[in-house]
Design a protein around this ligand. Structure first.
Ligand code: SF4
Length: 355
């Protein structure tokens, strides 16, 4: 397909690196809108260490790891990180570390071999009845353990004019009942882009559900505004939002308000976490996460074992520890607060029980 001017503008808005910065001289800076906050991410390791009053000896390796997968963090998420604590569980999810430079055997760039399940640009069809669309090339935060940290978003995220083959594929495959918007983070897209895609999907008669996989309600809660929730409420598709919260410390009042707005728009709220060494790999933390999620109106759904992506091996939890965590949580939680422990295995027809 020929590339037009609109196409180029769209790609630029989605793929170009945003410039900093939270003004260094004004630590009490408050963004006025989600767009402003998204345009003022913390993307410089030195700035992050300064804001959190961390030891500057962390800087040289942080800069090296940042070159492999850039630092991105929102102002809102930063507020929930404890200052002067290099072991803070939220900090460990976003701070580039020297350990990412190690290359242990078995950790690869595309651990789920997603390229093998892409019949049309931006579409992954792996499991029966549902497809995943790469609805955005950007995230509001870069999670160091992300299994798509090496993903080529530029080549694989369609612009508006390039969505047609994926939409045609869904239209002619009547067994598809559900579309999952993923990315990147689908809610990092502008309303105009997101609503256009939603409108296209609503016109496909055999689709029943829209699922949104996102970390935005946690890391950029201002994004969950009335314009978004009103549009979701109007949709003929049933809506499920799968949030991605790994630690109870990620939840606060602002996040609670965002989740409430979604609930009022009849969106079903679920959560999936990733089991991460030194972040949430102990029973007390995981039990507290499940209990807190439920207080915020969200049901724990999956606890994923880490996908073996290169650069994230230091987050891996040993098999025997996973089994022990599962046993201990079962003894402490009611069944509806117990997430399923799962792993993804390339070419399997569903996720696989991890214990
Ligand atoms: S928000 Fe999701 S897609 Fe983006 S870096 Fe984090 S885990 Fe990966």
């Amino acid at each position: 397909m020929q590339t037009t001017r609109e196409d180029i503008a769209y790609r630029k808005s989605h793929h170009m690196k945003k410039t900093l910065m939270i003004p260094r001289t004004n630590p009490s800076w408050q963004p006025q809108s989600w767009q402003e906050e998204l345009s003022q991410l913390i993307t410089d390791p030195r700035h992050l260490l300064e804001l959190l009053e961390l030891d500057m000896s962390l800087l040289p390796l942080a800069q090296k790891a940042h070159k492999l997968f850039p630092l991105r963090c929102t102002h809102s998420y930063l507020q929930r990180i404890e200052k002067r604590n290099p072991k803070d569980p939220l900090l460990l999810q976003i701070l580039p570390l020297g350990k990412e430079l190690e290359q242990p055997e078995g950790f690869v760039k595309d651990p789920l071999e997603e390229h093998a399940f892409t019949p049309a640009k931006g579409l992954i069809h792996k499991y029966h009845g549902r497809v995943l669309l790469m609805a955005s090339a950007q995230c509001a935060i870069n999670c160091r353990y992300c299994f798509r940290r090496h993903y080529d978003y530029i080549d694989n995220t369609p612009s508006r004019l390039q969505w047609q083959p994926a939409l045609d594929y869904i239209t002619k495959t009547e067994s598809i009942k559900e579309v999952i918007l993923s990315g990147g983070d689908p809610l990092a897209s502008a309303d105009k882009v997101l609503f256009w895609l939603l409108e296209q999907l609503e016109q496909i008669p055999h689709l029943h559900r829209l699922r949104i996989h996102t970390r935005i309600p946690l890391v950029l809660p201002k994004r969950i505004n009335t314009a978004l929730t009103d549009r979701l409420k109007q949709s003929r598709l049933q809506q499920v939002l799968v949030m991605h919260c790994n630690h109870a410390q990620e939840l606060n009042g602002e996040v609670g308000q965002a989740l409430n707005q979604l609930k009022q728009a009849d969106v079903t709220l679920l959560n999936q976490s990733v089991l991460l060494k030194d972040v949430n790999d102990n029973t007390q933390t995981l039990v507290e996460l499940s209990e807190s999620l439920f207080r915020y109106g969200v049901l724990p759904y999956y606890l994923h074992v880490l996908d073996p992506v290169s650069g994230a091996a230091h987050f891996d939890v040993k098999e025997e520890d996973i089994n022990a965590l599962h046993r201990e949580m079962l003894a402490l939680l009611p069944g509806f607060l117990m997430p399923k422990f799962v792993r993804e295995v390339p070419h399997e027809k569903s996720k696989i029980a991890a214990v």
